[in-house]
Design a protein around this ligand. Structure first.
Ligand code: SAH
Length: 345
């Protein structure tokens, strides 16, 4: 059972109302204030009687993340937010404006324990899981701060979402609920470094969300050097889980492949990638690796990236080179929080 009211489903709230002698319709009103009107405190709930507000306050926490810092890109308008949580931890989220709508990238954990070598989120290890409400509230706070509706959500910020499975599952339920923000499942992407049992579990839920899998290398040997999770699950197991996900949901898998100079961007790498995923119904996102101060990886140059893409396309593999958003504002995962922890202004 959750201690915070924003992580409750509408059905659970109704049950609680009835159990404690309130009218069940109060649940709908409360839920609407929290998940549609996005109020920051019980005080703002106009049609809820004072004694009920008091009772809620006594029984439940009300999660509302606090903006600590905002950075805006001068290149593309991308905004990066650092939010404070109730326990003095911080998380970061990114707001990106695209032609097709506004997209928010949220964090799923404070820190991360996956240890990918190129990633800033993992530098200080894992602190704790985020609650469903803490994931939701990153989106709610950004909606209020920008004054614009969010249409797409990607769980690609700090943390490994499938390492926080139950909270993620509930977050997805609340986010796509027709009584809440009602974001379409098809507009939600969850990114994982490849936790095989959890990918299968998610597949069995038969949601219409997109699963993005961080591949970054096409042989076990190479992948193990940059992603510790590859020591736990082989690429054969991972690909089998991806095929299972597609078969269960009908949703094409997105593979993420960060291009790192001299590490995974050669012709040999293209061939290995083709033999791994050729014939699968998938899409590859090529992302020039974002250099992280604490790590010594370099971005593949533009020409190498283009030729990598062209070669893949020759084999009939669909791919795009992802436009880098917010390069000038610590674009890479975890960098804003990292610089905050390190005491930089
Ligand atoms: N833990 C999840 C989601 C968070 S990371 C996962 O691993 O997928 C989101 C994506 O950004 C992943 O594909 C991750 O590998 C990638 N990433 C992390 N650091 C990066 C960097 N410095 N440059 C480019 N991509 C990076």
């Amino acid at each position: 059972m959750y201690k915070d009211i924003k992580s409750f489903t509408l059905a659970e709230l109704q049950k609680w109302m009835v159990m404690t002698g309130e009218k069940p319709y109060r649940a709908g009103q409360l839920y609407n204030w929290m998940h549609v009107r996005l109020v920051r405190d019980y005080d703002e709930m106009k049609n809820i009687p004072g004694n009920l507000k008091e009772k809620c306050r006594k029984n439940f926490d009300y999660v509302a993340v606090r903006p600590i810092k905002v950075q805006e890109s001068k290149i593309d308008g991308t905004k990066k937010f650092l939010f404070g949580l109730g326990d003095l931890n911080t998380v970061e989220s990114v707001w990106m404006k695209y032609k097709h709508g506004n997209s928010v990238c949220i964090s799923s954990q404070v820190g991360c324990r996956m240890g990918c070598k190129f990633c800033a989120s993992t530098l200080n290890g894992w602190e704790r899981n985020l609650l469903p409400s803490e994931m939701l509230d990153q989106i709610y706070a950004i909606t209020l701060l920008t004054g614009e509706r969010v249409s797409n959500v990607v769980v690609m910020g700090t943390g490994e979402p499938l390492d926080n499975y139950d909270n993620l599952r509930r977050f997805l339920e609340l986010l796509t609920d027709e009584n809440g923000l009602h974001i379409s499942q098809r507009n939600v992407t969850v990114s994982t470094c490849g936790l095989v049992p959890e990918i299968k579990r998610l597949a069995d839920e038969k949601l219409q969300i997109t699963l993005a899998v961080s591949l970054h290398a096409a042989t076990d040997e190479k992948r193990r050097k940059i992603m510790p999770i590859a020591c736990k699950y082989s690429l054969d197991e991972l690909i089998e889980a991806c095929i299972y996900y597609f078969n269960q949901t009908g949703r094409r898998i997105t593979f993420e492949y960060s291009l790192i100079k001299g590490v995974n961007d050669s012709n040999e790498d293209v061939r290995e990638l083709v033999s791994l995923v050729g014939g699968m119904n998938c899409h590859i996102n090529l992302i020039p690796v974002n250099p992280v101060k604490e790590r010594n990886f370099e971005q593949s140059d533009r020409k190498t990236a283009e030729s990598f893409k062209n070669s893949l396309e020759k084999y009939g593999i669909k791919c795009t080179i992802r436009r880098e958003m917010g390069r000038d504002i610590d674009g890479a995962c975890g960098q804003l929080r990292q610089s905050h922890i390190a005491g930089n202004p």
